[in-house]
Design a protein around this ligand. Structure first.
Ligand SMILES: [Fe+2]
Length: 271
């Protein structure tokens, strides 16, 4: 039976765990035939007439259909809670043929959150291939604050994920995830529409389709998740942040639990 509301399209525990550990999810909401093609044609028009900056949402009015779709609202409600809002900053990122920049970064200033307070949403209105200069994300890096000048010196990481996606795909990422794009070696523009969503209310209970009987399993998986680019020390440090994030999303508190890596250690010789 077809689902009819955002509530029916909330994420499940495994999807939220995936977001907490990896820092992103990829969705492909079933928009009406021709929707992505319409947005793509509008992006091509704006690439010629001039980028409207924050006005991209008004410049392509049908984008409203995307963010009102129950299969987009449901996941955003799940991660940001009810009442989340679209930030005024939006942008059409067009990678033109021959564009060759490659620089890892985190968006905005270095004021980072292990909680899920802000989400970056990227919409791709066309099929994206490696040759077109896709967005690349590095799973798990939303918990790692690093100066942009340092990240600029990096090129490729083991485990980086190229978002070579079909037309109509949305990537929903934690705002702090490390990302970049690769050169566009084709003769076509590659378009990505960027939006930012903010949480309004502090969580007091899970805002997704939560099954309390799965909580212990989810926590175990958060503890044991490893990425290819992790050193052993990095992986250890990430565990506590994942558990803090999960605790905060499920209860609104980040208090450490007995036996967790964050439980305070009493050192009797310390003065
Ligand atoms: Fe960025």
């Amino acid at each position: 039976m077809a689902t009819t509301s955002a509530a029916a399209n909330l994420l499940d525990d495994d999807a939220v765990r995936e977001f907490v550990s990896h820092g992103y999810l990829v969705l492909r909401p079933p928009m009406p035939d021709g929707f992505a093609e319409h947005v793509l044609a509008e992006c091509e028009r704006l690439a010629v007439e001039g980028n409207p900056g924050n006005g991209i949402y008004e410049a392509i009015p049908r984008l409203r259909e995307l963010f009102e779709h129950e299969q987009v609202r449901g996941p955003l409600d799940s991660l940001l809670g009810p009442g989340h809002v679209m930030h005024r900053h939006r942008h059409l990122h067009t990678t033109v043929p021959g564009f060759s920049s490659f620089h890892w970064h985190q968006d905005d200033v270095n004021m980072r959150h292990h909680q899920v307070r802000r989400i970056l949403v990227m919409y791709y209105p066309q099929d994206v291939t490696h040759e077109m200069g896709p967005t690349i994300v590095l799973p798990g890096t939303h918990f790692r604050n690093a100066p942009t000048s340092r990240m600029n010196s990096y090129t490729n990481f083991r485990g980086q994920v190229e978002l070579n996606v079909p037309a109509g795909t949305l990537a929903i990422t934690h705002y702090d995830i490390w990302h970049t794009r690769v050169p566009n070696t084709t003769s076509r523009n590659r378009h990505m529409l960027k939006f930012v969503f903010d949480r309004v209310h502090e969580p007091t209970a899970p805002s997704w389709n939560h099954d309390p009987t799965q909580d212990e399993r989810i926590r175990e998986e958060l503890v044991h998740q490893r990425f290819e680019h992790d050193g052993s020390s990095d992986a250890y440090k990430l565990v506590s942040l994942r558990l803090k994030a999960w605790n905060w999303l499920t209860t609104g508190t980040t208090e450490p639990e007995p036996g967790s890596p964050d439980e305070p250690t009493v050192i009797s010789s310390y003065r």
